[in-house]
Design a protein around this ligand. Structure first.
Ligand SMILES: Cc1cc2nc3c(=O)[nH]c(=O)nc-3n(C[C@H](O)[C@H](O)[C@H](O)COP(=O)(O)OP(=O)(O)OC[C@H]3O[C@@H](n4cnc5c(N)ncnc54)[C@H](O)[C@@H]3O)c2cc1C
Length: 482
């Protein structure tokens, strides 16, 4: 144990600091803690008790053990880009920040895998192996800053997950600190399909409620030989959505199939990466196909044919890599671009069967009218993962509550269409109540029982994922305090 010269009345601060080896290993002053009072879900804010910065697994385990023994609530945090409030310290938690555990530990191209610490940044992984012609497939739009640990916790998706699968399909092994401080290894040596329960599957997407991930073995893929990217503009949103279904029904699985509607286009064209989308268009599809060069042209021709049959107004094929990259930057910065046209926005994350796209988009349009708020749509159309972005102005009294209600109504529309309430952003605190749209009380209880096995005292990330009574009242009270 190190002795730290920290003058503070609370002995836990001194004790926690003494478990850590790095410089400035703990934040405990209110002014510093303010930066950790929320994540990408900014509607609710709570101050943590402290933020600690472990440098390795043993230090994570020591902090967790200390918290468990002293009945202190705690949670893990990566980059804090989560959009459902998973890293918000609802109960004044000790936040265990994984940002100093950011090493690439090994790359094994022969077996197509790499081992990283949880704070390693998603995009950095692809950049680290690009010169060897490999990449890491899951590509959340936040990939330039979100961590692989956060991706595992949220089972993150991304534009290219349509063809290649989401995070869970690319995780081969995990090292996890359990809520009592024990260290557990799952998927030893990255061998797939271990006998016994699928603990890798269970931990991936468990939103930091079952353990803290401290090491991750991931799958690397070889770069495709060739890729082509297309923009297709539609005057009617119904035609654009129908083209999405038609492309997949034609037996083509594009690497990515993204859609933006008119309001979204207004946002991205007003922000940092405009690409000249026509402003009067109802919808644009961004379609990418990849694979063996010989088959690409044929697939593009088939896609163009489908689009023509659905009254496409204009089609552009990327002329070079630079243009392709610019189109992707335009799409991937789409959420942030809403800041150019609205004071605030709330991102939703429903999933629907692809065939229900036209009907659900129409419903979202009605919800927008009913609530008197604009709703933009930017989404992974190929896998039916909708992101309605509810635009609002928190400075106008009552508008935040209206936005929350509109967001929830969008999720209800997805659930009613046979879909679900989150595709990739997780439930967190934001969608706890909406879990009731898709699960019965018994099904929710069964999941809570699983959490109890790992996290019996519920000190790790309590109050997330599962409904508690009176969520709306909780949020309203918080808003009234401001
Ligand atoms: C502009 C923008 C675009 C986005 N686009 C996408 C997208 O395309 N696809 C997508 O899936 N998401 C997207 N997101 C959401 C977000 O980036 C992802 O959920 C991401 O996986 C969160 O990573 P993080 O490091 O920021 O985690 P954090 O926000 O820090 O944490 C998220 C959750 O994971 C838990 N956690 C973090 N690290 C660990 C760990 N090591 N062990 C256990 N639990 C842990 C936390 O407790 C919390 O519950 C976007 C966010 C933004 C702001």
């Amino acid at each position: 144990m190190k002795t730290r010269n920290i003058k503070v009345a609370d002995p836990h601060i001194q004790n926690l600091a003494s478990l850590l080896s790095g410089p400035n290993p703990i934040l405990y002053k209110k002014v510093d803690l303010a930066a950790y009072d929320c994540d990408g879900f900014t509607i609710q804010r709570f101050l943590p008790k402290a933020v600690v910065f472990p440098e390795n697994t043993e230090e994570v385990a020591a902090v967790v053990k200390y918290c468990a023994e002293n009945n202190l609530p705690f949670l893990a945090r990566g980059a804090g880009t989560g959009l459902s409030g998973g890293a918000i310290p609802l109960n004044g938690e000790v936040i265990i920040s994984l940002t100093r555990m950011k090493r690439l530990l090994s790359v094994d191209l022969e077996n197509r895998r790499a081992v990283v610490e949880p704070g390693f940044i998603n995009l950095q992984l692809t950049r680290s192996v690009a010169n060897k012609d490999y990449y890491y497939a899951p590509d959340p739009s936040s990939q330039y800053c979100c961590t692989i640990g956060g991706n595992v916790a949220e089972n993150a998706g991304g534009a290219h997950c349509l063809k290649y699968g989401v995070t869970t399909n690319h995780i081969l092994g995990l090292e996890v600190v359990l809520p009592n401080g024990e260290i557990m290894e799952i998927g030893k040596n990255g061998i797939p399909d271990e006998p016994g329960y699928d603990l890798l599957g269970l931990l991936t997407g468990s939103e930091g409620t079952l353990g803290i991930v401290t090491k991750i073995t991931i799958r690397l893929l070889k770069n495709p030989e060739s890729k082509q990217t297309v923009l297709a503009y539609f005057d009617r949103i119904e035609d654009g959505s129908q083209a999405v279904s038609d492309i997949i029904s034609a037996g083509i699985v594009p690497a990515a199939l993204e859609m933006m509607d008119k309001i979204a286009i207004e946002g991205v064209e007003s922000a940092a990466f405009p690409v000249g989308h026509p402003r009067d268009i109802a919808a644009v599809l961004l379609i990418e196909v990849d694979g063996i060069a010989a088959g690409i042209e044929e697939q593009i021709e088939q896609i163009l044919e489908v689009c023509r049959n659905r009254n496409v107004r204009e089609v552009r094929v990327a002329k070079n890599e630079q243009e392709r990259e610019r189109w992707w930057a335009n799409r991937k910065t789409g959420f942030g671009a809403m800041g150019a046209i609205s004071n605030d926005y709330l991102v939703q994350d429903g999933v629907i069967p692809r065939s229900k796209l036209p009907q659900v988009l129409k419903k979202i349009h009605h919800i927008s009218k009913e609530h008197g708020l604009r709703i933009a749509n930017i989404f992974h159309a190929g896998d039916g993962n909708l992101h309605p972005l509810v635009l609002f102005d928190s400075r106008i009294p009552g508008e935040t509550e209206k936005a929350i209600e509109a967001g929830s109504a969008c999720l209800k529309a997805c659930a009613d269409a046979g879909g679900t309430i989150t595709g990739e952003h997780g439930v967190g605190i934001e969608k706890k109540e909406e879990m009731r749209f898709v699960f019965t009380d018994d099904e929710i209880t069964a999941q809570i029982n699983i959490r109890r096995v790992f996290n019996p005292d519920n000190l790790l990330n309590a109050g997330k994922m599962f409904p508690t009574p009176g969520r709306c009242a909780e949020i309203k009270q918080e808003l009234q305090k401001k």
